[in-house]
Design a protein around this ligand. Structure first.
Ligand SMILES: Nc1ncnc2c1ncn2[C@@H]1O[C@H](COP(=O)(O)OP(=O)(O)OP(=O)(O)O)[C@@H](O)[C@H]1O
Length: 503
């Protein structure tokens, strides 16, 4: 099991250590001091009924306390004889009666001192030779834990620094691609196509699933064309009935229909010398399709209720998340209109086929958020990165953007963990093979296979136990399995515990 030691702060870690020691050693005061610059011991943690605020940041200057400096050099625990005349370690901080129990243990990693641990009790004879022996062993382990914690923190610091550096580098590349982020080969092809088609006047048909960036690409085509100083006018064809779409496209004269109180210019007029973006073109009502075709062929149109023939210099970019050829085959879309619109087709790949771009896009959205007050430190933890790479992005770039924006709200120290991303619907946490359409299915596609049910139930158990397998509160007990059996089933099904862990 991989436990992230850095999820505990230093104080919590030392508390856990001293709690464990207390099961064996009856102390009233236990203190762990860290060695700083070889000449100073600084209290890291004081525990027990005699520990109080006075220990916070208490320091011992070893140049003034030669007695403690000598003890530190020995690397062995030292039990003070109760009759022995000595200066109390915490003289001036707390008053301990004459002849109390006092044990001091230097903390060493091999030959290097890293600190000192002290135990006190007001009663005599509390620390037996067996206790001294125990502390001698335990102090070596504690020293290693402290050193590991320090180096972990050091590495974490370096990692954060590297992530920041990387973000700056990414930021520079992002400026080159500006609003069309992506470096995967399928996305580069899109960018190449955009560069090629942008300067021409030919109509473009952008095809891609929802949220893949169709509108962005349409805008980029406009901005890279010599019409960039003209208007970019979008119209979503799916949201409107035939009457409305006609008046939106071509405008209407005053009194053309009951609610037409004044003359209204349509999108064709508004887009003059610019680009008209017809989104969701597959949903354009059948009655309007011949009218649009005529306008595209002749460049002319009439406002609804008007007789005057108008013309407009418009470049058409259309988009669809449906397969327009299929719509033609099904008789829902006119073939001649399809050929008019799709002179240059541009197909946008879904995010799940742009694996390398998931992190690049995530960094792009993070970099935008980092400019917002309070979000300057945002970064993705390793497990969040792994979770994102595993996730089947059904909602594409828009879903990714929403997930990142939402995660930012829940993060306190800038570190985005898997749980902040909320990628945890069981289906989503299962390996991709469970969600892909080419998975062998039962005869009724809606009816889950036994393997899918087993995977989903195991995922539910792991989610409830936050990825814990062993122990009373582990998923093995919950699912009524031996931990080893659960692990082997998970392996067979390709389920990773990490997706369910909360950090
Ligand atoms: N390559 C990209 N780089 C940066 N941001 C992107 C990219 N692609 C999409 N986005 C962002 O993702 C979101 C969805 O993009 P967009 O609206 O262009 O998708 P769409 O395919 O037109 O969606 P729909 O089919 O739902 O209309 C937007 O916020 C957009 O800014």
């Amino acid at each position: 099991m991989k436990t992230d030691i850095l999820k505990y702060n230093g104080d919590q870690l030392l508390e856990i250590i001293l709690e464990a020691v207390r099961d064996v050693v009856d102390f009233e005061l236990a203190v762990i001091l860290r060695l700083h610059r070889q000449d100073r011991l600084v209290v890291s943690k004081a525990s027990g009924p005699l520990a109080g605020k006075e220990f916070d940041e208490f320091q011992i200057d070893l140049r003034q306390r030669g007695d403690i400096a000598r003890l530190l050099k020995t690397s062995e625990p030292y039990l003070f004889d109760e009759e022995e005349d000595h200066i109390d370690t915490y003289e001036g901080v707390i008053d301990l009666p004459e002849g109390h129990s006092c044990l001091v243990a230097p903390l060493y990693v091999k030959d290097d001192p890293v600190g000192l641990m002290t135990f006190d009790h007001r009663a005599c004879g509390k620390f037996t030779p067996a206790v001294v022996k125990f502390i001698a062993t335990v102090s070596r382990l504690i020293a290693i834990i402290l050193a590991q914690y320090d180096s972990g923190k050091y590495l974490d610091g370096i990692r954060k620094h590297l992530i920041r550096e990387r973000n700056i580098l990414l930021g520079e590349r992002i400026r080159v691609f500006d609003t069309l982020i992506g470096e995967s080969s399928s996305w580069r092809q899109v960018i190449e196509q955009v560069r090629t088609v942008a300067p021409s006047v030919l109509p473009v048909l952008i095809n891609g699933e929802t949220g893949t960036g169709k509108e962005r690409v349409a805008q980029a085509i406009h901005e890279l064309s010599d019409r960039k100083d003209g208007p970019f006018i979008p119209l979503n064809c799916s949201a409107l009935n035939a009457g409305l779409v006609e008046s939106e496209l071509f405008g209407h004269e005053k009194g053309a229909f009951t609610s037409a109180e004044g003359l209204r210019r349509g999108r064709f007029e508004m887009a003059h010398r610019g680009t008209l973006f017809l989104d969701e073109i597959a949903d354009l009502p059948g009655e309007i399709q011949p009218k649009l075709l005529r306008t595209l062929q002749e460049g002319t149109f009439e406002r609804v209720g008007g007789e005057k023939t108008l013309s407009s210099d418009v470049r058409i970019v259309a988009a669809s998340n449906k397969d327009l050829r299929e719509e033609v085959r099904a008789g829902r879309f006119r073939e001649d209109l399809f050929y008019r619109l799709s002179v240059v087709p541009v197909n946008l790949p879904p995010l799940r086929e742009r694996e390398h771009d998931v992190l690049l896009l995530a960094e792009y959205f993070l970099s935008k958020l980092r400019n917002t007050r309070g979000y300057g430190d945002l970064y993705l933890s390793e497990e969040a990165v792994e979770g994102m790479l595993e996730y089947p992005w059904r909602g594409n770039v828009r879903e990714l953007e929403n997930i990142i924006s939402r995660a930012a709200l829940f993060v306190r120290d800038g570190r985005i963990a898997c749980r902040h991303l909320g990628l945890k619907s069981f289906g989503d946490l299962l390996p991709r093979s469970f969600n892909e359409p080419d998975t062998p299915r039962s005869s009724d596609a809606a009816f889950p296979t036994l393997r899918q049910m087993e995977a989903s139930h195991i995922a539910a158990g792991l989610d409830r136990c936050r990825g814990k397998i062993y122990g009373e509160d582990g998923a093995a007990v919950l699912l009524g399995l031996k931990p080893s059996t659960l692990q082997s089933r998970m392996k067979k099904l390709g389920i990773t515990r990490m997706n369910f862990m909360q950090v």
